[in-house]
Each structure stands twice: as C-alpha cells, then as structure tokens.
Design a protein around this ligand. Structure first.
Ligand code: HEM
Length: 260
C-alpha cells in the first residue's frame, strides 16, 4: 500500500500536517501548529492512550489462553465458550485459533497505524504495518466468519459476528483503495471506521464484564446465566455502537464529508 502524498480536498483539514485537526494526537503541545490548544488538557491524547491500552491488552490477553492451554483445560475452568467449542466440530476450534491469532495481531497494530506521530515521522513504517494489518484482518475475518456460523450466541451470533466478519475486511480494503487513489482524507475516514470495527474485540469484553457485574450474580450458576443474558446481545452490541459513535464523530467534524 503506497501512500502518495497528495493535496487534501480544498477546505479539508490536511491529515499530514503536524498537529492536524484529523490526527488522533491533534493539538499535542509539541507540534508546531498546536497554537492555542497547546496548554489545554490533551483530552484527545488521553482518549487515544486509553484506546491504545485497550487494543494492546485485549489483543494480547484474549488470544493467549487459547494459544497456551488445551481446550479441555479451558473447558474445565468453567469457560462457557471453551465448553461450547468442545461440543462443536474440531475444525471450528482450529479456525478459532487462526482467527484469534490474526485478529489479535490486527488489534495490537491498530493504535500504531492510527498514530499521527508514527505516520509523520516514519511514513514507510506506516505503509509496511498497513500491509501487515490488512493481511491480519483478512486472515482473521475469514475463519471469524466460519466460526460465527457455530457461535455460542446461536443465530444472533451468526448474524452479528457474521456481518462484522464481512464489514471488517471490506472496510480495510476501502481504506487502502482510497490511499492508493491519493484521497488521504477519505483514507483516514475509512481507517477510523476500520478502527471502530476492530475495537469490537475490546467493547465485547468490557461489555460482558460490565453486563455481568451489573447483574451482581452470587453463585457460579448465576454468573453463567448472567453471561448468557449479556452475550446474547454482544454479536451486535460489540460493534454497532462503536461504528455509530465513529460515524457521528466524523460527521460532526466535517459535516457533509462523512458519506463516501
Ligand atoms: C472484528 C472482527 C471480528 C469478528 C467478526 C470476530 C468473530 C468472532 C467469533 C464469531 C467468535 C466466536 C464467539 C462465539 O462463539 O460466540 C470469536 C471469538 C474470539 N475472537 Fe473474534 N472476532 C473479531 C475480532 C477479534 C479481534 C480483534 C480479536 C483480538 C483479540 C478477537 C479474538 C477472539 C478470541 C480470543 C475469541 C475466543 C473467545 C474469547 O475468548 O473471547 N476477535 N470472534
């Protein structure tokens, strides 16, 4: 993926400009154009740091048990999903291992790919990790789609995770297509939509823990029942709010430019 450094649309913020209004680290005090925002608390920097932390923690911690422990052992540890996969055809678990490894890599790479600092100082690295990211997304999405047809959440899982497994690589390809065409502003919008979809892995896990916590279950059986109630909604709940929030944010920043 070669990113030609072309002019942005007239009137649009230049995403390559240091301290650009579009960059995740916009208004950093050390950027020359930070101007009046230089002394403002870096709210967006904190938001980006939390986003990056979520991606790194979940990207490493979620796949780890599957890569280091046998399925039988995970199932014995009262892991509802692992128990479920012991009842499914063996290929589903193998597909899950490929899915979790590749998707974990995609999640870990996402903050680096979004960092304006990396883009500005190491543009070649941005292009290389961009290629690896797209390869990881495609490698994660294809088995993800297959696993969705055997989801613990049943038809809801097949519909919700299945839709995500299609949208995920399509969004990545659209982002790359626009970069190749030289439309950097469009590339950035689709890259941000892609990040919102990738972040589904974090929203899913935070949503499940919050959902169980709010039900305050007292016994193991109650925890399992609480998990089942929350998980039923997560195949859509993990990504629709992320995408809706990102779409709202994109339109608020550049009215009329969010649609492409
Ligand atoms: C964004 C597109 C994604 C799709 C469509 C997707 C799809 C799925 C599906 C269908 C399952 C099986 C869940 C079930 O049986 O209900 C699953 C599980 C899993 N996925 Fe993904 N996933 C995506 C992103 C990710 C990412 C970015 C990671 C990286 C951490 C990841 C890691 C895992 C892991 C570790 C599991 C095993 C279940 C668990 O321990 O939570 N997935 N995924």
């Amino acid at each position: 993926m070669t990113l030609p450094l072309t002019r942005p649309h007239p009137g649009a913020a230049d995403p390559n400009r240091p301290g650009s209004a579009e960059g995740p680290d916009r208004g950093r005090p050390d950027t020359p154009s930070a101007g009046p925002t230089a002394h403002r608390p870096p709210r967006r920097a904190i938001g980006f740091a939390l986003f990056a932390l979520g991606c790194l923690v979940v990207g490493v911690a979620a796949p780890m048990p599957y890569l280091t422990t046998s399925l039988a052992r995970l199932a014995q540890a009262n892991n509802a999903l692992a128990e479920w996969w012991t009842t499914q055809p063996h290929w589903v678990y193998q597909a899950l291992l490929v899915h979790a490894s590749a998707s974990g890599l995609a999640l870990v790479l996402t903050p680096f790919q979004l960092s304006a600092r990396v883009r500005r100082r190491l543009p070649r690295l941005h292009q290389i990790t961009g290629r690896v990211l797209v390869a990881a997304i495609v490698t994660g999405a294809v088995p993800g789609l297959a696993v969705a047809t055997h989801s613990y959440a049943g038809r809801m899982g097949a519909a919700g995770f299945g839709t995500l497994a299609v949208l995920w690589p399509v969004t990545a390809v659209q982002s790359v297509r626009l970069a190749r065409r030289g439309d950097l502003a469009g590339h950035r919008r689709w890259a941000l939509r892609l990040a919102a979809l990738t972040f589904a892995a974090v929203t899913l896990r935070v949503g499940v823990y919050l959902g169980i916590g709010l039900q305050a279950p007292k016994t193991d059986a109650a925890v399992r029942a609480a998990f089942d109630r929350v998980y039923h909604w997560m195949p859509f709940g993990a990504w629709v709010p992320n995408l809706a929030a990102m779409e709202w944010w994109l339109r608020r920043r550049q009215p009329g430019r969010g649609r492409d």
